[in-house]
Design a protein around this ligand. Structure first.
Ligand SMILES: NC(=O)c1ccc[n+]([C@@H]2O[C@H](COP(=O)([O-])OP(=O)(O)OC[C@H]3O[C@@H](n4cnc5c(N)ncnc54)[C@H](OP(=O)(O)O)[C@@H]3O)[C@@H](O)[C@H]2O)c1
Length: 334
């Protein structure tokens, strides 16, 4: 297949959104075990904002094209059985090692690509893996730990809503923490009963009381900062806080060491890519298929606020950063 020498891409310099610009860059070439994907849609996630600020936990040296997930068509292989098999297929792709999905073309490891079910559009496929897989993995983690009730922060975000849906199917009771009253209303309209607003006076006491009443023994925390300490304090003895995001931008804080020691409480981290490594290729494919099934069935969905060309991204992402619950910005490179 003919491939152009150059393509449209967004390029980041580590200086946040202000340092993000549209550019013409060389089309990357896949090596062995890799594929070249012609990108059709790619979302902006909180991880991308961290990356743009140079605060994400992986190395993709600047200047670089951002974007860790998306969907497109595999147009070339760099060799290897799986990579060759993928040529011509519609895939969800990305991963920390890809060349960046916010571009017309992206090189990704073949084992980081999952063929898209025909029922899924590229727009749906672009967000069909990371958040749904994380929701499934976190609920499995809670069930494996014998937990019956949980607290979650950032509950009105796309992943927070997915966690609630999957957890409910498995009979786990949730306490949903949001940061604004309007978000609490929108969750209640979806049927959530226990919703707390972290900005309310007396939030910590309310949280502890709800945890006691429900017997919540685990907290899924995407906010970090002082929230991690509030969650650790609210859970009973042997409670576990699982930190999987850093939305506050602050280090986890306010954790009472005596509560950890005498209450045998724990604070641990979770990150999907590291988790997938523990599952092996088959386990990863199984989780990817289960995630797509969730989207196809309508059990989870990603709200999209805007579908935009690459060049329109910087202004739109600044809006997204201000009120994330309104939905993702999808970048359409073609
Ligand atoms: N560890 C992993 O493997 C993994 C995988 C996927 C996602 N994640 C993490 O999961 C989290 C949610 O992702 P998402 O895709 O659901 O994001 P999203 O749809 O953009 O939603 C983010 C949510 O967080 C809220 N929020 C933002 N900043 C906050 C703050 N400082 N304090 C409290 N709430 C805040 C937003 O509320 P507003 O509307 O008020 O802005 C919004 O409800 C992110 O931290 C992401 O990095 C982790």
């Amino acid at each position: 297949m003919f491939l152009p020498a150059e393509m449209d891409a967004l390029v980041a310099d580590g200086g946040g959104l202000a340092g993000l610009r549209a550019a013409r860059v060389p089309v990357p070439r896949p090596g062995r075990g890799q594929v070249l994907v012609e990108m059709r849609a790619a979302p902006c996630n909180p991880a991308d904002l961290l990356y743009l600020d140079g605060r994400y936990g992986i190395t993709r040296p600047f200047p670089a094209t951002p974007g860790f997930e998306g969907a497109g068509v595999v147009v070339a292989s760099g060799g290897g059985l799986l990579a060759r098999w993928l040529v011509g297929r519609r895939v969800a792709c990305g991963g920390h090692g890809c060349t960046g999905t916010w571009a017309t073309y992206c090189v990704a490891d073949a084992n980081q690509c999952i063929p898209l079910r025909s029922a899924l559009s590229f727009d749906e496929g672009a967000t069909a893996l990371s958040n749904p897989m994380t929701a499934l993995a976190l609920v499995a983690l809670m069930r494996g730990g014998g937990h019956r009730a949980y607290v979650q922060t950032a509950a009105a975000g796309q992943l927070g809503r997915m966690i609630r849906s999957v957890a409910r199917r498995h009979g786990l009771a949730g306490i949903h923490v949001v940061r604004r009253a309007a978000q609490a209303d929108s969750l209640r309209k979806l049927g959530a009963r226990d919703v707390l607003v972290s900005a309310d006076a007396g939030f910590s006491a309310q949280l502890a009381a709800r945890c006691r009443e429900k017997g919540a023994s685990v907290a899924l925390d995407a906010v970090a900062g002082a929230m991690t300490g509030q969650l650790a304090a609210a859970l009973g003895p042997r409670g576990e806080v699982v930190v999987y995001g850093a939305l506050s931008g602050d280090p986890c804080g306010g954790i009472d060491p005596m509560a950890l020691c005498f209450g045998a409480k724990r604070v641990r981290g979770f990150e999907l890519v590291g988790h997938l490594r523990t599952l092996g290729l088959l386990g990863k494919i199984r989780l990817g298929l289960a995630a797509q099934a969730l989207v196809v069935s309508g059990e989870v969905a990603t709200a999209v606020r805007a579908r935009l060309a690459l060049a329109e991204a910087p202004a739109a992402l600044a809006e997204y950063e201000k009120s994330m619950s309104e939905g993702k910005v999808l970048l359409l490179p073609r």
